[in-house]
Design a protein around this ligand. Sequence first.
Ligand code: ASP
Length: 420
Amino acid sequence: MPLHLRILCGLLTGIGCGAAARFLFGTSPFLLDFTTYVAEPFGRLFLRLIFMIVLPLLFSALALGVASLGDLRTLGRIGVKTFLYTLLVTSASVLLGLVLVNIFRPGEGLPADTRAALQRTASPVSPPATDVQENPVLRTLVAIIPDNPLRAAAQGEMVAVMFFSLMVGIGLALSPREKVEPFIKVLEGVYEVVMRLIDLAMRLAPYGVAALLFTLTARFGVTVLQPLLAYVAVVLGGLCLHQFVTYSLLVRYLGGMSPGVFFRQISEVMTTAFSTSSSNATLPTALRVTQEKLGVPRDIAAFVLTVGSTANQNGTALFEGVTILFLAQFYGVELGWGAQVFVVLASVLAGVGTAGVPGGSLPLMVPILQAVGVPGEGIGIILGVDRILDMSRTVLNVTGDITAAVYIAHSEGRLRTPAV
Ligand code: ASP
């Protein structure tokens, strides 16, 4: 059975058994002991396996992601346009997600006592030194730059680590390639190893998710899960809006193409992205369709789509923004404007660092959660429903790359009338 189905089974088994246990044993000490000493520690084990790899992943993914943007320089104007377009459209998608999550507040339906109990049982998140909610703006800004990156890493100051990784990436992009090649190779090696470890940890996911959801429902009843459905609806709603409204406007006004024609021509790409959940796996189809059916010249299509398949991840960024705010609402963590602006920036960055593979964005979300003071266990709650969200956000990731290619070809006066 494919992993995502096993995780879904884990989710349903955890919920079913948790609800049944609560029905049979209520708040008896036996059930309390079982969740405290068996189910919960097991769930935590699985999560800690993922947390363990976050640091090397964050460092290698971000540094490599930014270093690969170094190629942009060689392409001059097209590179700059791709970069600006990626930044603006990704930010727009995260903003859209945040507006929706602020309007619908999917994480909030819980009774006050359940929420208070949830907060008590969640593992304490030590507020990082760069606590964006409480510190005055200036102090926060200064703390983003670590005076000692190793200490920042050891103390879990993820924002500072992100900044350091980013700077390393910029340094790599600006250095002569032959000199930094060995270091890039090392980073690629680290990244590879980390990806394998995540694969291994994910094999435990069905059991880990079952244990975490068992603990949750046995302690608080199934009503605690209602917000999860609202969350799925908000993510899917946001993705649909961005896909069909934002992209239609961009294609019409920046790409000079009718949105109807655009979506008809790329339907094959959208289905491939949806079924594979992977921007990388969709790249060959996207390349062919963009050239043959949309009339984008080969050099532009090859460059924009290849860079885009890792760096331009609009759907992923929207999903990350919504998820972080949802989990903050779920655990009753108040995120003010400063923190939300941070979430936008971090989600855009995470979009750049995320690999175009199924579930590629999940590990990178952990440091952002921790940076804003939300318990990392939240990841366990959304894992069970992630597959459908992953399939849907990948469609946006790929469509976003194609809109960028159309815009750039059009702005260069090189968009041909498609042969079909
Ligand atoms: N599956 C996504 C992609 O390939 C990445 C992610 O958001 O997990 O584009």
